[in-house]
Design a protein around this ligand. Structure first.
Ligand code: HEC
Ligand code: HEC
Length: 347
């Protein structure tokens, strides 16, 4: 049943993406549109109340589900996963945990362009947030891991992240820590030898599935018109009509497709993205479209963390993905809208 809904969503966003091209072409007259609407019966600062917008809204976006894992049934597994996520002993020098680069109290990021791992070594990519990541079609900027369970097993053995030499060394280390015995037994009831490498991934993945961050935009999608203010509504309208939503859509406002960076105007980067996974020529500079949930809090931006402000990220997107030059009127409103995607539990 879930799967059917999922395909329906993919299909509807896909077909909309097709007609979305018309929007992108249309978008050239965006300013006239804006002015025209000012004079119509909707009044001035309505932003986003057009009936047509409402349908488009449903085509493009979906509110977060309450949950994507049975948290009661998996209580022990999730508890173990959280402990592992926070535990620097999963790294060779006992210093680096998942939480070092994906901080739970900082929207799942470390706020750095690239992250220092074992011995301060850095990779070429920005740490994406773990918040809502379980909803994505696949994990990493290039989608090389199929889900959060598989993904979690990568960094532990990565020499520039947590630096453990091999799976056996991780298992041996965990077996020497008393408290893990009980936790694994509880989480993997009935398994003879539950402290196994793949179970580490299962537990961390289960915990990551609880990292959903409902926002005011979800309230809006669920019918609460006053959940967004006027500037946020204007930003949403612009986000849809300029064509941003042809790529950033679905339940995570992104995370559900792969697209090239520089579709209209070439973008300069050495990172070949998905090409390194598939070897397909047309996958050069193709990346997973990032989710924009919590985006005002997860800078710096882009796969290499080279873009320090959200204004600049929005401007570059308009230019390279849509061939449009935009000014502060656009970036301010779109930034306001993106702010409504921030977790409601954030202070
Ligand atoms: C040293 C910093 C560092 C540590 C430690 C680290 N990560 Fe990451 N993480 C990254 C970077 C950088 C990426 C992006 C790499 C890429 O796409 O090639 C990433 C990607 C991810 C993603 C993919 C998210 C997405 O949107 O695609 C998840 C999930 C994740 N990490 C979870 C974890 C977990 C779980 C751990 C602990 C087992 C962990 N990370 C440890 C830096 C780190
Ligand atoms: C053709 C698809 C496409 C369109 C259209 C598009 N984007 Fe993107 N967007 C992407 C991809 C792919 C990335 C990742 C780029 C990278 O890191 O190299 C991205 C990255 C971003 C980021 C940075 C995310 C992060 O975590 O670093 C923001 C913000 C963003 N887009 C906003 C927008 C806005 C606003 C618009 C409309 C003006 C837009 N995008 C239009 C595909 C698209």
């Amino acid at each position: 049943m879930k799967l059917v809904l999922f395909f329906m969503l993919i299909f509807s966003t896909y077909s909309f993406a097709q007609s979305g091209h018309d929007h992108a072409a249309d978008a050239k007259t965006d300013h006239q549109h804006g002015d025209m609407h000012k004079g119509d019966h909707h009044g001035g600062a309505h932003g986003g109340h057009h009936p047509a917008d409402k349908n488009a809204l449903k085509q493009f976006f979906e509110p977060l589900p309450a949950s994507i894992i049975d948290e009661k049934k998996n209580e022990a597994l999730i508890k173990l996963g959280k402990k592992l996520y926070l535990d620097p002993r999963l790294s060779i020098n006992d210093k680096i945990a998942c939480n070092s680069c994906h901080q739970l109290d900082n929207f799942g990021v470390d706020g750095q362009p690239t992250s220092p791992g074992h011995e301060g070594k850095r990779g070429g990519r920005n740490s994406p947030t773990t918040m809502n990541a379980a909803l994505h079609i696949a994990q990493f900027w290039d989608g090389r891991a199929k889900d959060v369970e598989e993904q979690a097993l990568g960094p532990i053995l990565n020499p520039i992240e947590m630096g453990m030499p091999n799976e056996g060394a991780v298992v041996d280390k965990l077996k020497k820590i008393d408290e893990y015995k009980g936790l694994f037994d509880e989480a993997f009831k009935g398994e003879k030898d539950p402290i196994q490498y793949k179970n580490v991934g299962k537990a961390i993945g289960a915990f990551e599935r609880t990292l959903l961050t409902p926002s005011r935009f979800d309230d809006y999608l669920n019918g609460n018109e006053s959940a967004l203010n006027d500037s946020e509504k204007r930003g949403l309208h612009k986000f849809m009509h300029m064509g941003c939503a042809t790529c950033h859509n679905g339940v995570a406002i992104g995370g559900n497709s792969y697209k090239k960076i520089g579709v209209v105007e070439s973008y300069d980067t050495k990172d070949m993205g998905r090409f390194e996974v598939t070897g397909i020529e047309t996958d050069k500079k193709v990346f997973k479209v990032p989710s924009l949930r919590n985006i005002t809090k997860t800078g710096p931006y882009f796969h290499d963390g080279s873009v320090s402000t959200l204004d600049e990220a929005i401007r570059l997107m308009a230019k390279h993905q849509l061939g449009r030059e935009v000014g502060p009127g656009f970036t301010d409103d779109v930034k306001a809208f993106l702010g409504s995607l921030t977790s409601k539990s954030a202070k």
